[in-house]
Design a protein around this ligand. Sequence first.
Ligand SMILES: [Zn+2]
Length: 703
Amino acid sequence: MDRRDFMILPGALMAGSFVEAAGDVPWHQKLRRVGQLNMTERDMIDLDIPQWADYWASAKVDAVLVSVTGILAYYPSKVPFHRHGQFLGNRDFFGECCTAAKKRGIRVIARMSPDLNWEDAVQAHPEWFERNAQGEVVHHNEDRRLFRTCMFTTYYTEYMTAIMREINQTYDIDGHYTNGWPPIGRLPVCYCEQCKRLARPGTVEYWEQFTQRVISLWNLYDGIAKEKKADSLFYANLGGNVRATPNLKQLAEVCQWFNCDNQGHGGDDTPIWGCAQQGRVCYSVMKGRTTTNVTGGWSTGGVRWRNAAKSPAEDTMWFDETVASGMVIWYSFIGGQTGMGEDHRWQAPARDYFNWLAKHDRHFANKRTIAKLGVVYGQRTHLFYKAPGNFSTQQYIDGLYYALLEGRFLFDFVHEDDLGAETLKKYTALILPNTALLSEEQCRQLKSYVDGGGSLIATFETGMYDERNRKRSEFGLADVFGIQKAGEIQGTVGNAFYARIEKQHEILKGFADTNWIPGAEYRVPVKPVDSPILTVVPGYVAYPPELSYPPVPHTNEPAVVVREKGRSRLIYFPGDIERTLWRSGHTDISRLLQNAVRWVLHDEWPVRIEGGGVVEAFAWETEPGFAVHLLNYTNPNMHRGWIREFYPIGEQKVRMRLPAERRVTRVELLRSERTVPFHVSGGELEFTIPRVVDYEVAGITAL
Ligand SMILES: [Zn+2]
């Protein structure tokens, strides 16, 4: 097979071992750093192009984004309605940037924006635009001179393709990229003539049509990119974390490069791990193929300043999470005039970080994770499930995530459409955090995983709906867990329900001096089981205190159902305990979840990390051997605001099971740039990380 044949194979075939076997990897798979000064219209007169290119060269980036756009042309475009930027004049701004980057050995990706166009285009091509329920075109919510285009129209198949071909003809570019399409975090709601023929917006049927359209446009654009040269490609902004819009498993079959527009968080109540969690979402479908995450050096969050830098410590933590979770950093700031002139504090921290990273690139060349615990990522549930109380489904995942970090577990996300035996064979246990929507086929796959000895934890309404969001009369996994629904969801008026301890069990380790522990905010009543471990004490008022005692102190309704079948261990929690943990922060619930995970894993750990502090851990098999990554989240800003400074944690003792044939020759701490002594006995590698400031990577060389 020659290089050309290899390049045109569908993305899915390029994964993992195939790449190694072919001995040839596409250029984008070798990317380590990407830079983007997101160009404004004014940059056509203000940007010092050599200075711009020199900065990115000094930061050792492999590729830069240069704007072609679609809203405003940054080059002398002849495509009708591709309005020239008002400061373009007779220049070819795109071409000059392209040449400057290439001169410095940096690849160029052409950045396009298909999402908006102007009034004159609306007049000439009313069919290109999104319509509201009244049939009116939809203004952009910030700049009302712009109108939202509709992705189901010929705007995407004729206008955008004309721009792509025009760029191909003139410039030596390495790829095409769209910002603003596919939409992130929200599915379109459009009533144009094209969209009227589709299923009703907001339904699973609509989502399937949406995904098909995304895939068909992706293929169309990728084909155009490859008309230029075989190793060029198209990719787009994805991201959205667990609320990604297209079906990611299906998209990953055609997508060679997954870019996450997940630029940072803000002062609101969002956890620090938003980037690492995004990395897990990506890995679940890309399995190590090219994945980038954009870090915005600007002030991200609910209140925004797109042209002012954020704290360097926050930038650094987002970089740390990007590379720890197996993604590649893409660093972005807006505007030459603003970004190179008014505020250039974003530049130095990134340049320093990138230069550090470049020294250690080989330890970031990952082959696969070595986790044995999978968390099922139910994309349909995140898009369509209506949680009681209208809570965001993100709370289920964040609550579980918090408990898994506190327990220092290594885990992967596993996409719900990837539950076949081949994927699941590496996992000892799977967790289904209120994975409400599950098809018959997915239930069957989980059942056969259990029959083969796999363990499961599920919560609340897992399997209560089918893949089209139709409610079932019984849990889809009722026979697996030995559960039967006994009533509708119960909420709470004051005191949430309690879980009474009926007998000792490993999942109750650490609960002494109490007869009960907190249950959860909501629960699905299930029928009694033999010899229960925890039973429900129904909730009651919290006020007035005179009445704050249980009118029904004891029931036989289970608060957990625990089962063992051969090697398989099964736990079902009728309460939404992971979400309740997120809402309450209750230490008992976190402990109960951690105990449950340890029990289903038979207390076996591929990597055990002991020490103080809240950390997120990743462990990878890498090209030189292995890498253990520790992110230090021990910080007053873990749940709110930006990281201002780091609070170092002390000794972390690492023990790792080694595959029989591997011999370790060196353990190097990449962040502190020193080697540490190590010890191998009984197939277990042991070493100590003396201190972690923001992040540490133990790069393990193994023959
Ligand atoms: Zn439409």
